[in-house]
Design a protein around this ligand. Sequence first.
Ligand SMILES: Cc1ncc(COP(=O)(O)O)c(C=O)c1O
Length: 416
Amino acid sequence: MDQPVNGPKNEEMWARYDAVIPGGGVYVTRSARFAGRDVMPGFIESAEGCRLTDVDGKSYIDFNCGNGPNLLGYRFPEVDKAAFEQSQIMDLSAFFPAKMPDYAERLLEWAPDFDWAIFTKNGSDSTNLSLRIMRAAKNRPYIVLLKSAYHGFGVELALSPEAGLEEHQKFVIRVPWNDPQALLEVADQYGEQLAGLMLNPLDQNPVQETVDISPEMVTALKEFRRRTGALIAIDDVRHGFRIHPKGSHIHMGIDPDLLCLGKAQANGYATSTILGKEAVRAGAEEIQFTATYMFSPVSFVAGITTLNVYERDNVFQHMEDMGTLLKDGLEKIGRETGHEDIIMTGPPAMLTLLFSKDQKAKRARTFGRHAAQLGAIFHPTLNWFISYAHKQADIEEALDIARKAFEQTPTDVEQM
Ligand SMILES: Cc1ncc(COP(=O)(O)O)c(C=O)c1O
């Protein structure tokens, strides 16, 4: 009989959770829909580097990095020290923190294509606010999004809108990824009613192969802009710093009007950002938007220190090397253990494991469950995140675990 992933303390906490916290889709990426309670650990007590320890004292090599933020690893000493020192001076007040212009200037130095920065808290704040800025800047109602693209919470952005939400999405048009013709048809149909378009750097969604943007789509985006005058926002909340150190727009070959950042920009401290061009500044100045926790100098100092480390250390090359080691290793071990249909998809720092003959990720769940039992977290449906804290020994240990987990996973979904 397999060891359960979750020990008795976790089980006790699930029972307490169920009594007082609504589950299901509310915290969707932690929910049973995406992994399963018997597949991933439930409740985590502590974290360091690339390792998590759950409430039962069991340790895991983690490839989720908090779904992206902890690019330097959990509790990176230099960032935590700077944040702690700031917390001893002050965090929130009803006024702007002195560190706010420092952080804006540092980000603009990091990404010199942009002229201003706005700070928000979650990635969703920056994506939702970007839609408002584009509309205000152009004084037009329609927004184009790409099909299946996740941009966080928000009524206009919801991918499976519940009853009544369709009404809130009537000014949103979705076109397929890499479909230049569909995009240009929208350009011609809606023309000067289009405020802007928001897209992710990659088409990377649960249980699917990651698809880069095609050169034809890049050309069509430029043409879309020329024909309509609409703005372009890139949602770099998840992919930022993991596809190109200086912003995914450089990898894509697109010069956006707005770039939304979040997650990895402050190594786990809660802040997110919109960077924008001068031409859109008036739109940003026009809208009314604020929230209590958006002005945390603790997060700003963490963000400045994180950027300094990114630029000083060989962080990005390291992630690429470790991601490649993991990818190549898993493909090889997968095949050696009879999983001929294994696909490792996505850039090295953001891999997804797929079994191509298993569209419902049943085998990926079984593999993930066995790996978690053995001490490594390979999420079965979402993309993973490599961090600077993953060293070669961690990857090798994870690969040893993966071999055992592959051996315990049926090679054919019919056997399950
Ligand atoms: C591409 C993308 N945009 C926006 C968001 C929303 O960010 P947050 O969860 O910080 O609100 C996410 C979160 O996963 C994301 O992946």
